[in-house]
Design a protein around this ligand. Structure first.
Ligand code: HEM
Length: 186
């Protein structure tokens, strides 16, 4: 009986990353609603000062960009050797920065005819620190984890394996021996 060894092309995410990435994707809708506000501002339908416009644009832009970076960070965190405080900052620093910085830009410029930020500008600086801790921790953890990460089986080889792969449990990454009558996880 001919057995074929398959390495699934599925991306395996830890439970942590799956939960966080799911939540992050949902927050993109909030970024979009910020975008709709920006559209009203730019079209002159929502009057605000030049200062408020600059801060609203920065809030919207930082939210979108940092959520996207945080999504990438979740995948990288799974590939890294994470432990201790490094693990905490590597996993949470970037998404926390997305919240802190955008909240800081919006809240510190809220109000009527505002031309300078209120005390909540501190959130923007806190977000900056959180972002720095997040990317540095993740960077160090990835460099520390070395070849272990790249030895993970991510890719299947041939298109001919696709049909057989479809008989395997969805999302279950691993190496399988598959014949016409049986499948075994190696
Ligand atoms: C319905 C969805 C969206 C709408 C209607 C929208 C609308 C806008 C508008 C009107 C601006 C210009 C603001 C200005 O110049 O004052 C802007 C800027 C920006 N948006 Fe969005 N946006 C949306 C979603 C997103 C998403 C999902 C992201 C990122 C993932 C994003 C990232 C950015 C960035 C980075 C800027 C800054 C560009 C710059 O100032 O150079 N936007 N958006």
């Amino acid at each position: 009986m001919v057995h074929e060894i398959l390495t699934l092309a599925a991306l395996s995410l830890s439970a942590d990353s799956r939960t966080t990435a799911g939540a992050l994707l949902l927050t993109i809708v909030a970024v979009e609603s910020g975008g709709l506000l920006m559209l009203r501002v730019v079209r002159g339908q929502h009057p605000m000062t030049e200062f408020q416009h600059a801060f609203a644009r920065a809030g919207h832009a930082h939210a979108g960009v940092l959520v996207t970076l945080a999504l990438v960070g979740q995948i990288l965190a799974d590939a890294a050797d994470l432990s201790g405080p490094l693990a905490f900052f590597a996993r949470s620093g970037i998404w926390a920065a997305a919240i802190l910085m955008s909240a800081g830009f919006f809240l510190s410029s809220a109000g009527r005819d505002v031309t300078k930020p209120n005390r909540l500008i501190v959130l923007v600086y806190a977000g900056g620190v959180s972002l720095a801790l997040g990317v540095v921790s993740l960077g160090i953890a990835l460099r520390r984890s070395g070849p272990r990460a790249s030895s993970r089986p991510y890719l299947a080889r041939s298109a001919s394996t696709r049909t057989r792969r479809s008989s395997l449990p969805v999302g279950d990454l691993g190496i399988w021996s598959v014949s016409s009558t049986a499948r075994t996880r190696l």
